[in-house]
Design a protein around this ligand. Structure first.
Ligand SMILES: [Zn+2]
Length: 163
């Protein structure tokens, strides 16, 4: 659950108390009446294929460190998810890509710091040289029948049904 994360009112600093608001008990500020409505965390990912191979990155951080996944990252507030997907791909792989279409929207948080909703786009390479960055230590293309060890259910769902 997300509710435990906020203990004090971000507007006035008063300790929040649980109060029935809009059909649920929600952390509420007794002083200024601010109500905490938790928002889902949204991540974006890209599936980039070239010459029959798929672009993957190896995670340099926990969880799932050392396993491979699609270039991906969190959506910032106020950011267009398409631009976020292209930005994350550039940061993690050094490749400039352009999103072509929506591939899937996956609901379900896989670990406590993970996203609740993952938006997956297909994208094509525009320019750039493969070079890992950000929170990945390798970036490479793989044949669908010779995939490395994958991180996350969502990565499996995107990559394994097709082949
Ligand atoms: Zn307050």
């Amino acid at each position: 659950m997300i509710e435990g994360e906020v203990k004090y009112c971000p507007r006035c600093g008063t300790a929040l108390t649980l109060k029935l608001q809009y059909s649920r008990e929600r952390p509420t500020c007794p002083a200024c009446h601010w109500i905490y409505f938790p928002d889902p965390k949204v991540a974006v990912a890209v599936l980039v294929e070239e010459k029959g191979k798929v672009l993957l990155v190896r995670r340099a951080m926990a969880p799932e460190r050392g396993r491979w996944t699609l270039p991906a990252g969190f959506l910032d507030a106020g950011e267009d998810p398409i631009q976020a997907a292209e930005r994350e791909c550039l940061e993690e792989t050094g490749l400039n890509v352009k999103v072509s279409n929506l591939l899937d929207v996956i609901y379900g948080q896989e670990h406590p710091r993970g996203a609740h909703i993952l938006i997956v786009y297909r994208a094509n390479i525009i320019s750039g040289t493969l070079s890992p960055g950000d929170d990945v230590d390798r970036a490479a293309f793989f044949s669908p029948n010779a995939l490395p060890t994958l991180a996350f259910e969502s990565t499996n769902r995107i990559l394994l049904p097709a082949k």
